[in-house]
Ligand binder design. Structure first.
Ligand SMILES: [Zn+2]
Length: 257
């Protein structure tokens, strides 16, 4: 792919990736999907995302120092989500803009995200929202939200609260960890489990209403915790997790017309 003009003035460099195609049915993006690179260096990640044989890419890569590189124009379909689903939709690459945030990830010690880098991510998201028209706050998501069984990124150290304070994403203050009240555990079956699956599915998670707290459900609860109740990520639907989910659902932004 030849050079292109970046979509935003805050982009430092354009490094084209050949790994893209057209958005299916001309789908306009209405989701922002955040990732970490999960490789030992940002340069290695950028090389991988722009190598023809990797078959992966993202629209943007945000380095630790805040530098933003664009690899695929927003109007095209980058290949970052893999097998995923949200709100009943499976072709997440067609409906989303992908941002890779340089961080070596859980496999390599998972350091905190520098504030300079987070500020750049916020600016980039705000630029997308301003230029492309409104994107519903509850469609600014983690890779782990749309692929809970396969992915953990950007993980439980990602500061969603800071993004939300800047008007990026839907977030509520999590309920404290140690609370009395209803909790559900892996292996349980019944109507309470089914109701919880329905609530998670209603928010967007790809989960079936089986009434069985099986491994896929444990993975969805862990994904929810990684994003919304980061103090403990264990896949257990404890009282704090359930209260946080309820507060999230009650404050869910209305769908955009
Ligand atoms: Zn990812």
């Amino acid at each position: 792919m030849s050079a292109f003009t970046p979509d935003s003035f805050i982009v430092t460099d354009a490094v084209p990736s050949p790994n893209h195609d057209a958005r299916k049915q001309g789908r306009a993006p209405d989701m922002i999907l955040l990732h970490y690179t999960g490789m030992q260096s940002g340069d290695a990640a950028l090389a991988w995302l722009t190598a023809a044989d990797s078959k992966v890419s993202s629209h943007y890569v945000v380095f630790e120092d805040g530098r933003i590189v664009q690899c695929v124009p927003e109007e095209l379909r980058a290949w970052h989500a893999g097998v995923s689903s949200w709100g009943g939709e499976a072709d997440i690459n067609s409906c989303s803009i992908g941002i890779e945030i340089v961080n070596p990830g859980h496999e390599f010690g998972y350091p905190a995200f520098p504030l300079r880098q987070i500020a750049a991510v916020i600016s980039l998201c705000r630029s997308i929202l301003t230029r492309r028209g409104p994107i519903n706050a509850n469609r600014i998501l983690a890779h782990s939200d749309v692929a809970p069984g396969r992915k953990q990124d950007p993980g439980e150290k990602f500061p969603w609260e800071l993004l939300s304070e800047s008007g990026v994403g839907h977030w509520v203050r999590p309920a404290p960890l140690h609370l009395d009240g209803v909790s559900l555990k892996p292996g349980e079956r019944g109507d309470q489990v089914k109701r919880l699956q329905r609530v998670l599915r209603g928010y967007g998670y790809g989960i079936e209403e089986t009434g069985h707290y099986d491994e896929p459900m444990r993975e969805v609860i862990a994904a929810f915790q990684r994003h919304f109740r980061q103090a403990r990520v264990d896949g257990m639907a404890d009282a704090s997790t359930l209260l946080t989910l309820r507060a999230l659902v009650e404050t869910r932004p209305k769908p955009l017309a």
